[in-house]
Design a protein around this ligand. Structure first.
Ligand SMILES: NC(=O)c1ccc[n+]([C@@H]2O[C@H](COP(=O)([O-])OP(=O)(O)OC[C@H]3O[C@@H](n4cnc5c(N)ncnc54)[C@H](OP(=O)(O)O)[C@@H]3O)[C@@H](O)[C@H]2O)c1
Length: 339
């Protein structure tokens, strides 16, 4: 007799993406790192070093089995590779999940080089068509503008273009990936704008953006929820040398916590160590505690940690079952950080 074993579990911890009513697991999976190596025209590494595509596919499928129903990628991650890989990993299970991707950057898939940005509606249409083909789908659930500092006047036109995409059934809802609340508010004037993607983790709070999300009924999709690995106790958190193809080995100005590229900055590591006890309470790992802090921060947060292995996927997805920190634990975090 054949014995079949199912590893699929049902996680009940979900969140709603703002005014869209779209329900997602309270944890999304960020697909930047699994795009593999790519760079800017002047040689700045923009990926996270080498990755094993087969391991990435296994990690996505493991996440599905553990109840993760939200995946965030971008056309430019790995210059198309992340979208292709996510589409392959999801396969027939595409309709079980909410897929978010981004547009606005120009790149060459063949040379894996990113080169410039284009904030015109014409480019948005071209980029959407290409993303749909790479993902192997007929619609994007959440389409996000990936030019954080785009001019508000350009963004208003792009917002209108997104409304057209929604009317055509190509997109269900849209968002701006920006850390500027004033810009997020411009996009939020569109009926189907439902979220903002922005930096948020226990070391980098964003009270003004969270207040805007509350005011305008937007989801807060939290990028870099593990402070790009600093909040995991991983190898880079012990100041180990980083691979040359890893963006953290040559951190651009917007990437804090990695100093001159020789590893994690000591002052950031000191803050992580100060938080270790409270974040690891309740049997959580450090990474799970960092995610639990985000859920406690606001009912609108949806962290999207990156991953490169089945082990990381399992650890991060398992945080769902443990839920948010308590109010007392969150208050302890604030006390330790002097907030
Ligand atoms: N819109 C934007 O401009 C923007 C910018 C940044 C990020 N994002 C999105 O946000 C997602 C997440 O942010 P992020 O990639 O900046 O970083 P993150 O989620 O803060 O950190 C992810 C990294 O931490 C390590 N890690 C993850 N889980 C771990 C675990 N359980 N144990 C040990 N190490 C673990 C992995 O790196 P190692 O394998 O090297 O250890 C992983 O790549 C991205 O994938 C992307 O979807 C968007």
């Amino acid at each position: 007799m054949e014995i079949t074993r199912t590893t699929r579990t049902t996680n009940t911890f979900t969140r709603t993406l703002g005014r869209s009513g779209i329900e997602v697991s309270a944890l999304g999976f960020g697909c930047w790192a699994i795009g593999g190596e790519w760079q800017s025209a002047d040689g700045q590494p923009l990926g996270w070093g080498r990755v094993d595509d087969e391991e990435s596919v296994r990690a996505v499928r493991r996440a599905l089995d553990l109840g993760v129903t939200f995946f965030d990628t971008a056309d430019v991650y790995g210059c198309g590779h992340s979208e292709r890989l996510l589409g392959r990993a999801l396969g027939k299970r595409r309709d079980e999940v909410v897929v978010a991707t981004k547009w606005g950057n120009l790149f060459d898939e063949r040379t894996r080089t990113a080169d410039g940005q284009d904030a015109t509606p014409e480019h948005a249409r071209r980029a959407l068509t290409a993303s749909l083909a790479r993902l192997g789908t007929d619609h994007v659930d959440l389409y996000q503008l990936h030019i954080a500092d785009a001019r508000p006047a350009d963004a208003a036109e792009l917002r209108d273009a997104c409304e057209t995409f929604v009317a055509e059934g190509l997109v269900r809802a849209y968002a701006w990936s920006t850390d500027d609340p004033a810009r997020a508010a411009v996009f939020a004037e569109g009926e189907h704008c439902t979220a903002v993607q922005h930096a948020l983790n226990v070391l980098q709070d964003a009270p003004a953006m969270l207040a805007l999300c509350e005011e305008l009924d937007l989801a807060s999709i939290d990028r870099s929820p593990l402070a790009m690995g600093l909040l995991t106790g991983g190898h880079h958190a012990r100041r180990a040398p980083l691979e040359a193809g890893d963006i953290r080995s040559r951190p651009p100005a917007w990437l804090p916590g990695f100093g001159d590229g020789s590893g994690a900055a000591p002052e950031w590591l000191a803050r992580v160590e100060a938080l270790r006890e409270v974040l690891t309470s309740g049997g959580r790992t450090l990474a799970q505690g960092a995610l639990a802090w985000l859920w406690a921060r606001s009912p609108r947060t949806v962290p999207i940690p990156g991953f490169r292995s089945v082990a990381q996927a399992e650890e991060n997805a398992s945080a769902l079952a443990k839920g948010p920190l308590t109010a007392a634990q969150s208050a302890e975090v604030d006390r330790i950080l002097g907030r």
